[in-house]
Ligand binder design. Structure first.
Ligand SMILES: *Cc1c(COP(=O)(O)O)cnc(C)c1O
Length: 429
């Protein structure tokens, strides 16, 4: 084994360090496998119940009227997430688009949007108008308010109650930490939050940004009261195979609004050619529970490696996981670059290129991204990224298989080690 890893460029010290860490993770990995087994049965059962057949894989073009495969895939998603309806389309271009769609479709001028979990994901700042932007919700007279999390990461119940006003129409809850070092939320925590918000204002809609959270637990936010759950198909639920797309699962009225916004009033879900994307969307969903499990093992391995070296990790080495993201605070731009270089060098695609920071659209500082993916920008595939700003944290995620995630993490350590940016013994703080 050490020979094949040496042929990929790993030095014996780095490999041995990894094996030593891995030896302590058997119980953690068994729990991840158990969740994957449950979720595999959940997805399988949904496909059977919805009578997925080979006729569902046909390509449709043009208007896409009477698209059995598209309609059935949406039924499957609704069955998996236990919702009344779903909108799952390659025409939803990414997670940000899915979220902007869900918000824009369900809010009207004069309404207020509220986040009880602090600032939303970077790209939503322009969607909402927190950073002024043409076409933002703010331009349409939709205001925004937030209640920050307490310093220990708990909900600030008093601030949340105060932030819910007669105008509050929709509450947006981000499950994953995004580019922040706050903890990600468990489905149980989200359930308590939704119950509280609805006790303050019973008719308020609750939307969960479910990005990176799908299939990590055996329940989803839609099992605990969310009116909409929203995410990207080039993250967990696409299983690495979906070439593009996003989903919104939720109540029939909310999803209908989204469909009318995505296409047009009067058209709704009836149009939207599948353009040949359905086989990979179905098969990706089928694989998603095990792909997510591989990514989770990678995240646990990374936290245990880097914490042992003295770097702060969110989540830390031992705490429960609610998404597939691993934040590692490396403390300097040089370490961020070396880490990302290692992830890139471990990729099956573009392993020879060097990631450099760039001003990515939607983000307000330069971002470095390492990704050698089959699908452009796919972050269920092995990838690492982070904004070049203090505390210089990289966000590591994905890996279509556990073994690939393992290789990537070891290679990130290799590059740090080679450049003299970490020592394998002792504390690197
Ligand atoms: C990835 C992500 C999004 C959406 O990002 P896209 O790159 O547009 O798909 C939104 N919220 C969170 C928490 C995310 O992780």
């Amino acid at each position: 084994m050490d020979e094949i890893y040496a042929s990929l460029g790993l030095s014996p010290e780095v490999y041995a360090f990894g094996e030593q860490v891995l030896a302590g993770l058997k119980d953690r990995f068994a729990a991840v496998d158990a969740a994957a087994e449950y979720n595999q049965a959940k997805v399988l059962g949904a496909m059977q119940k919805c009578r997925v057949s080979s006729a569902c894989f046909a390509t449709s073009t043009g208007y896409g009227y009477n698209d059995l495969g598209r309609d059935t895939l949406e039924e499957v998603y609704a069955a998996v997430f236990h919702t009344e309806a779903a909108l799952v389309r390659p025409q939803i271009t990414c997670g940000t688009h899915a979220l902007a769609l869900a918000l824009g479709a369900n809010l009207r001028p004069g309404d207020e949007l509220m986040s009880p979990v602090g600032a939303p994901y970077d790209t939503l700042e322009e969607v909402i108008g927190i950073r002024p932007s043409a076409g933002s919700l703010a331009e349409f007279g939709i205001s925004y308010r937030q209640a920050d999390l307490l310093p220990d990461g708990d909900f600030d119940w008093d601030a949340i109650r105060a932030a819910i006003t007669p105008r509050t129409k929709l509450i947006t809850i981000q499950r994953s930490k995004g580019y922040a070092t706050r903890p990600s939320l468990s489905v149980e925590q989200i359930g308590r939050l939704i119950a509280f918000c609805k006790s303050v204002k019973p008719d308020v809609l609750c939307m969960v940004d479910n990005c990176y959270g799908e299939f990590v637990q055996t329940v989803e936010p839609s099992d605990v009261g969310a009116d909409m759950v929203v995410g990207s198909l080039i993250k967990n639920p696409g299983g690495g195979l979906a070439a593009a797309g996003g989903y919104i699962c939720g109540t029939a009225p909310c999803v209908e609004q989204c469909a009318r916004r995505l296409t047009a009033p009067g058209l709704g879900k009836e149009v939207g050619a599948n353009l040949g994307q359905l086989p990979s969307m179905y098969q990706g969903l089928f694989l998603a529970p095990t792909v997510t499990a591989g990514a989770l093992k990678g995240a646990i391995f990374a936290a245990n490696i880097y914490e042992k070296l003295g770097f702060a990790c969110v989540p830390n080495a031992s705490e429960p996981r609610h998404d597939i993201i691993q934040a590692v605070t490396l403390g300097s731009p040089e370490r961020m670059e070396a880490f990302c270089l290692g992830i890139q060098a471990a990729a099956p695609v573009d392993s020879h290129v060097t990631p450099v920071p760039w001003p990515m659209p939607g983000y307000d500082s330069d971002v470095i991204m390492a990704a050698g993916a089959f699908v452009q920008g796919s972050s269920i595939e092995l990838s690492a990224d982070g904004p070049i700003r203090p505390p210089y944290a990289v966000y590591f995620q994905g890996g279509l298989t556990w073994y690939h995630a393992k290789t990537g993490i070891l290679m990130s350590l290799q590059k740090l080690y080679e450049r003299g940016l970490v020592r394998l013994e002792g504390d690197n703080k």
